[in-house]
Design a protein around this ligand. Sequence first.
Ligand code: FNR
Length: 182
Amino acid sequence: ATRKIAVIVGSLRKESFSRKVAKTLMLLAPSTLEMEIVEIGQLPLYNQDDDDAPPALYTEFRAKIMEFDGVLWVTPEYNRSVPGVLRNAIDVGSRPYGQSAWSGKPCGVVSVSPSASGAFGANHHLRQSLVFLNMPAMQQPEAYIGNADKLFDGDKLNNESTEKFLQGFIDAFASWVERHAD
Ligand code: FNR
C-alpha cells in the first residue's frame, strides 16, 4: 500500500542543510512512500488559552497532519535541543488534550549539523517527546548527519557514502511505517 508521510523540517533557513537532507530523502524514497513537507513556520506561538477558539492556522495544521500515515522529522540542533519552531509545531499538533494529531503515527528522526556530532542532542531530546506523543519511533538505523555543510553542491548531495546511508535509512523507514501503520 502507499503510505503518506509528513516531512517536518525543524529549520526555517532558506539554505537549510536539514531541508536539503529532507529533500534528498524524498528523492531516494521507495514509491510506496508519498512524502510531503508540511510547513511549520506560519504557526503562531502556542497559547493554551486558544484551545477553546483555536486560530485557523492551528486547526488547518492539525487536520493536515491527521491525513498522514507517518511522520519524518528532519531537524537541526539548537543549543543541544530542537529549535523552538519545531517544539512549537509539536505542541500545536498535540492539543487540545486527548486529540493529538500525532498519536499513533510511526515516525523516523534525522538530525543534521555542520558539526561532527550530527546533532545527537536534538535527536534524543526529540525522542523523549515522541514517547509521550505515542509515536513509534524507528530505533535503527539511527541518523546523525554531521559535517552537513560539506555534503551539498547547491541542493545536490555530493557524497556517495552519505547517499548510500540515506538510501538504507529511507528503505528501513518504509518498512517501519508499513509495520506500524493501521
Ligand atoms: C546552532 N547551531 C548548533 N549546532 C549544533 O550542532 N549544536 C548546537 O547545539 C547548535 N546550537 C545552535 C543554536 C542556535 C540558536 C543556532 C542559530 C545555531 C548551529 C546549527 O547547526 C547551524 O546553524 C545549522 O546550519 C542549522 O541547521 P539548518 O538551518 O542548516 O538546517
